[in-house]
Write a protein that binds this ligand. Structure first.
Ligand code: 13P
Length: 379
C-alpha cells in the first residue's frame, strides 16, 4: 500500500504548486504496510484489548515484593506463565505486551510463550524503550531513552515473534510541562514509531500524561491536547503510517491531588473530546492505560466511552488494573494459580464488556474498587 503526502506551504497553509526542484509528493510505501494494518486491526478487534505485562525487572520485583515473593528470573517467569496460560484469555485479550526477558521464555513444560500466545490468537508485543531518565535543565521532568540500535532490536524481536511494540514517554503537568520536555517526548515517539513500522512492528504510541498533581480536568485536557498535537505533527513529518499504529493515552481526569473528582460520564466526555480534536479516524485503535485508577474505575470509564460509536476502536491496555487482584490472589503459591487465573478472566471479561459498552458493575467485589495510584510511579 502506498500513500501520498502533498506539500503544504508553511506560510499560507495552501497546497504548493509542484516545483521543478522538489517533488511535491512524498511517497512512502514500506514492505510491511499491509501486515501492519492487519496486525493493528487484529489487536483492535471487537470486545478485546491488551494485557500490559511488560514491567521491567525492577518494577516486576516491586510487585512480587508486595506479595512476599523473591524477584528471581524463575519467579518472574512463573508469574508470566500464570498470566499467559489462563484458559480462554484470547476471547478478551487480543495482544499482550512483554518485557524482553519474557519474549524469550517458555512454560515449565517447554512451550515458548510466543507459541502459547499465538495458539490463543493473542498478538505478542514488546516494550522497546529503555526507560526514563532526568531531563537536564528542566524542572524535574524526564525523557525516554532507546532510539540507539532500535532498528536492530526491532528486527530481532520480529524474528522472535513480536508483532507490535510499546514506547512509554511521560508528561508531568506539575513539573511543567516544559516546551523541551514536550518536544522531546513527541519527537522520540515519532522516531520510534517510524523505526518500529519499518521493522514490521505496530507501534503503540504512549505519551502518558501523569496523574500526579492537583490540576483540574480542564488543565489535564489542555496538556493532553498539546502533547497529542505535537506527537501527530512529528509522526506526520516522519511519515508514520497512521493506519498501522495504536495509541495508548491516559484518560482525561483531574490530577490525583485535585479536590474535585470526576465520574465516568465526565471523564468520557473530556477524553473523547480530546481524542476527536486530535486523532485522525485512520488510526485503528485507542488502547487506554489505567495509570493508577482502580480496577473498577478504569472499567467504568472505558464503558462510559463506548456508549455511542467512535471513529476508532476504544479499548484497554491495562497493567495494574488487570493484574492487581491476580497478584494478590496468587501470593506465589502453585495452589492459587487457578483462582488467580479466574481473577484475570473476570477482569478481562469486564473490560471486554466495557469495550462493547455493556459492562454491569453490580457483581464486582470490593477489591476491584481499591485505588492503585502511587506518586511518581515508575513503570
Ligand atoms: P498501567 O495500566 O498500570 O498504567 O500500565 C500500563 C502501561 O503499560 C504503562 O505503560
Amino acid at each position: 500500500m502506498a500513500f501520498a503526502l502533498k506539500s503544504v506551504s508553511a506560510k499560507s497553509g495552501v497546497r504548493a504548486a509542484p516545483s521543478s526542484r522538489r517533488s511535491a509528493v512524498a511517497v512512502r510505501a514500506g514492505k510491511y504496510d499491509e501486515e501492519l494494518i492487519k496486525t493493528a486491526n487484529t489487536i483492535a478487534s471487537k470486545g478485546r484489548g491488551i494485557l500490559a505485562m511488560d514491567e521491567s525487572n525492577a518494577t516486576c520485583g516491586k510487585r512480587l515484593d508486595s506479595i512476599g515473593v523473591e524477584n528471581t528470573e524463575e519467579n518472574r517467569r512463573a508469574y508470566r506463565e500464570l498470566l499467559l496460560t489462563t484458559p480462554g484469555l484470547g476471547q478478551y485479550i487480543s495482544g499482550a505486551i512483554l518485557f524482553e526477558e519474557t519474549l524469550y521464555q517458555s512454560t515449565k513444560d517447554g512451550k515458548t510463550f510466543v507459541q502459547v500466545m499465538n495458539d490463543q490468537n493473542i498478538v505478542p508485543g514488546i516494550k522497546v524503550d529503555k526507560g526514563l531518565v532526568p531531563l537536564v535543565n528542566s524542572n524535574g521532568e524526564s525523557w525516554c531513552m532507546g532510539l540507539d540500535g532500535l532498528d536492530k532490536r526491532c528486527a530481532e524481536y520480529y524474528k522472535a515473534g513480536a508483532r507490535f511494540a510499546k514506547w512509554r514517554s511521560v508528561i508531568s503537568i506539575p513539573a511543567g510541562p516544559s516546551i523541551i520536555a514536550q518536544r522531546d517526548c513527541a519527537y522520540g515517539l515519532a522516531r520510534y514509531a517510524a523505526i518500529a513500522q519499518s521493522a514490521g512492528l505496530v507501534p503503540i504510541v504512549e505519551p502518558e500524561v501523569l496523574l500526579d498533581g492537583d490540576q483540574d480536568i480542564d488543565q489535564a485536557l489542555e496538556a493532553a491536547q498539546n502533547i497529542w498535537a505535537e506527537t501527530f505533527k512529528y509522526m506526520a513529518d516522519n511519515k508514520v503510517m497512521f493506519e498501522g499504529i495504536l495509541l495508548k493515552p491516559a484518560m482525561i481526569t483531574p490530577g490525583a491531588d485535585c479536590a474535585a473528582k470526576a465520574g465516568p460520564e465526565k471523564v468520557a466526555e473530556y477524553t473523547l473530546k480530546m481524542l476527536k480534536r486530535r486523532v485522525p479516524p485512520a488510526v485503528p485503535g485507542i488502547m487506554f492505560l489505567s495509570g493508577g485508577q482502580s480496577e473498577l474505575e478504569s472499567t467504568l470509564n472505558l464503558n462510559a466511552m463506548n456508549q455511542s460509536p467512535n471513529p476508532w476502536h476504544v479499548s484497554f491496555s491495562y497493567a495494574r488494573a488487570l493484574q492487581n487482584t491476580v497478584l494478590k490472589t496468587w501470593q506465589g503459591k502453585p495452589e492459587n494459580v487457578e483462582a488467580s487465573q479466574a481473577a484475570l478472566i473476570r477482569r478481562a471479561q469486564a473490560n471486554s464488556a466495557a469495550q462493547l459498552g455493556q459492562y454491569d458493575p453490580s457483581k464486582e467485589g470490593k477489591e476491584a474498587a481499591e485505588g492503585m495510584y502511587e506518586k511518581g510511579y515508575v513503570y
